[in-house]
Design a protein around this ligand. Structure first.
Ligand code: SAM
Length: 208
């Protein structure tokens, strides 16, 4: 398995560093779009070095900051990073698989993943799990990168196709889907695919 899909060992440490820098723009744009209500419980799948979770914990009044990643190295890295977080949110970072979430049903106000969904071998199972741990009125958000030029890691426009398919899959789980595109540069954009679980919402109206 490629290091970006499951960082491990000495090369994994380098990969964590590369993820931190390479995905900073996408993580920032994603966190800006997240709208957890005050005191919310949030869950990130595939958090890597924990950059997005740290930004959320430092800028929003959360009750619980949780995450799951199948790389033990990334769990250790993110735990060290989040130990320095501001705010009073509880922390629960675990090693595990997206397709088998060890959390209670309807426990989270917000469940999201940044630049990880495209790596999951069993996407429908993982989305079913994510929808299951989401409270009614809560949001599931997938942040999917899209390269616009040749010479990057994957073919241009692949992210757009992945985002379209992800939105269709989310509808299968009863989520109300809206997609927004954030253009970072002529080379790179991010698709934010948001699925809202029907039910009373505790948050301010969404911009996506
Ligand atoms: C490309 S990195 C992105 C990390 C971080 N979200 C970011 O944007 O910098 C993908 C992360 O997802 C994790 N991951 C990939 N497939 C997974 C799966 N099936 N279950 C749990 N974690 C997974 C990897 O270990 C890795 O840390």
């Amino acid at each position: 398995m490629h290091q970006a899909e499951k960082p491990r060992g000495a090369l994994g440490v380098v990969m964590g560093w590369l993820l931190e820098r390479g995905n900073a723009q996408q993580n920032r744009a994603t966190v800006e779009a997240l709208e957890p209500p005050p005191g919310a419980a949030v869950l990130e799948i595939g958090f890597g070095p924990g950059h997005a979770l740290e930004m959320l914990a430092n800028t929003r009044p959360l009750g619980l900051v949780a995450g799951i990643d199948h790389s033990e190295l990334m769990v250790e890295t993110a735990r060290r990073r989040l130990a320095r977080r501001r705010g009073s949110a509880a922390l629960d970072l675990r090693c595990g698989e997206a397709r088998d979430l060890p959390f209670d049903d309807e426990q989270f106000d917000l469940v999201y993943a940044v630049n990880s969904y495209h790596q999951w071998p069993d996407k429908a199972d993982a989305l079913a799990e994510m929808a299951g741990v989401l409270r009614p009125g809560g949001d599931l958000l997938l942040s999917i990168r899209d390269f616009r030029m040749e010479g990057q890691f994957e073919s241009p426009g692949k992210g757009a196709t992945t985002a379209l398919e992800a939105g269709e899959r989310m509808k299968d789980f009863g989520l109300q889907v809206r997609t927004r595109e954030v253009v970072h540069s002529p080379r790179r954009a991010t698709f934010l695919v948001r699925g809202r679980k029907p039910g009373p919402s505790r948050r301010v109206p969404s911009t996506v």
